[in-house]
Design a protein around this ligand. Structure first.
Ligand SMILES: *Cc1c(COP(=O)(O)O)cnc(C)c1O
Length: 490
């Protein structure tokens, strides 16, 4: 409803500030997922001013707004320079990593219109964006188990999974869940041998790994970019480690021929001929201009510094976490992401550790068990964590101590029985309401955090996370989608 009486500018902004005060902090390195903090004081204002200067411009027509064309070409050129593109390389600015991954799959499918039942072969650790692409574009997703200990893709098993329907093979640099880089050269060779394309999902690592490679005489992590023979596309999110305002990723292709398939044109209506390089049509100039300004301001030397800081913080935090009794780090993380799991059965619960960290103002992301990957806590480490590693490690020590004292999570027997009996494919609204009530989240009786808000999340999530961890992925999808549908009620 549009309110009848208008609010003054200052009043509206005060209201916004009040709303935002309930959010996870986006600066200071205490939120170790979702947000990326360079620690550079001036970046926010620069991005905000550049965003404001272009937000009214529309990327729908680059001839009407040539500034956006220029800035996008500059961003793509920067990405090509950093990520090994040859003279033919081209790219597209998208709204984010998921859109870049979607378009990579779409372009590969369109490049092989002769394949009636196209498929994409991915490691089981691949980002869920590729499942979304399969779902949206009718492409089968064939996933190949990764090495159970290193969590890296297995080129031999991948070769066995590739067949005549394969239009694309994907590898991650690094994977989100474990932060390890897949053997890209081997995967690309497998793809090339079978005439399939190869996409490198460097959404999260693409603006960090090249700088780490430069600084490391051993060339670790190994080369993963467009210079690897057989790699045909690569995605890199500027709104992650390029520390740009949210809403920008770049999808690179080895040449215009590979890119063509994600362009869309329609002249079959009485309006303007619709010409879209991405899924969007009207495209705000704001995120492009903000990214362009930030990339120009920080520059190559600045990014090298930021990448080395984030990596140094990651190594320090990795070592500190591994030294805490009862914890271990999964795999051998190559970049700036960590996954920390329980070491054996140490007598405390990991999800309680997450709750205890939240109570101390630190936010980590629970990851549920998946095949050989046990339940763990994800940490996205950024440059702002450098120099403050001990504060985090101390908080984790305290949280583990509190979790030990609290003992194992006890699951409500009624709730467990209820969830155990659910079939994800026939879940009814009543059944879901029953689950919510048993979990103490009943919208009818719960008092919301905001007037009219249907739900308030409990302060402690350990019990709910334990239940969700025990559910099958399919049931978890269904339960959480229902939950989301309840949150988004006006
Ligand atoms: C973040 C991420 C994505 C998806 O990016 P969004 O910007 O969240 O849409 C895809 N792949 C990897 C490896 C990522 O880390």
């Amino acid at each position: 409803m549009i309110p009848g009486a208008t609010l003054g500018v200052e009043e509206v902004l005060a209201e916004l500030t009040r709303l935002r005060s309930g959010d996870a902090p986006t600066h200071g390195g205490r939120t170790l997922a979702y947000v990326y903090d360079s620690g550079l004081a001036e970046l926010d204002e620069l991005a905000a001013r550049a965003h404001a200067a272009a937000v009214s411009a529309n990327g729908l027509d680059p001839t009407a707004f040539p500034s956006l064309l220029r800035m996008e070409n500059d961003l793509v050129a920067a990405a090509i320079g950093l990520l090994g593109g040859g003279p033919d390389a081209v790219g597209t600015a998208t709204s984010g990593g998921t859109e870049s991954c979607l378009l990579a799959v779409l372009a590969a499918r369109e490049g092989r219109r002769d394949v009636a039942d196209p498929s994409v072969v991915v490691p089981s650790t691949v980002h869920a964006a590729f499942r979304k692409a399969g779902h949206l574009f009718g492409v089968r997703v064939v996933d190949v188990p990764v090495d159970p200990v290193t969590f890296r893709a297995d080129p031999v098993a991948t070769a066995a999974a590739v067949d005549d329907t394969t239009v694309l093979v994907v590898g991650s640099a690094p994977s989100y869940a474990h932060g390890v880089v897949d053997p890209i050269a081997e995967l690309a060779a497998v793809a090339g041998d079978r005439g399939a394309r190869m996409h490198v999902d460097a959404c999260i690592g693409g603006w960090v790994l090249p700088y780490l490679r430069r600084g490391d005489a051993d060339g670790r992590p190994p080369v993963f970019d467009l210079s690897v023979p057989g790699v045909t596309s690569l995605s890199v999110d500027l709104h992650k480690y390029a520390y740009c305002a949210k809403g920008v990723s770049v999808l690179l292709h080895a040449g215009p021929e590979q890119r063509r398939g994600h362009y869309f044109a329609s002249a079959d209506w009485p309006g303007y001929t619709m010409l879209n390089p991405t899924l969007q049509s009207t495209r705000s100039g704001g995120p492009i201009a903000a990214a362009w300004a930030v990339v120009r301001h920080v520059g190559d030397d600045g990014y090298a510094q930021l990448a080395l800081s984030a990596r140094a913080a990651t190594e320090r935090i990795r070592d500190g976490l591994a030294a805490i009794d009862g914890l271990r780090v999964l795999g051998d993380p190559d970049a700036t992401l960590l996954a920390v799991a329980l070491d054996g059965e140490p007598g405390f619960d990991l999800f309680t550790v997450a709750d205890e960290l939240a109570a101390r103002g630190w936010h980590v992301q629970p990851q549920f068990p998946h095949r050989s990957s046990p339940a763990n806590l994800h940490l996205t480490v950024t440059a702002s964590n450098r120099g403050h590693e001990d504060a985090l490690l101390t908080a984790v020590q305290e949280a583990v101590g509190a979790a030990r004292a609290a003992g194992p999570v006890t699951i409500d027997a009624d709730l467990a029985a209820l969830i155990g009996a659910l079939d994800p494919d026939t879940l009814t609204e009543q059944q879901f309401a029953g689950v919510l009530a048993a979990a103490g989240l009943d919208p009818a009786t719960g008092d919301g955090a905001e007037p009219g808000h249907p739900l308030r999340l409990p302060e402690r999530m350990a019990e709910i996370n334990t239940m969700l961890a025990a559910a099958s992925p399919r049931l978890r999808e269904r339960l959480l989608a229902e939950f989301l549908g309840l949150l988004y009620r006006p």
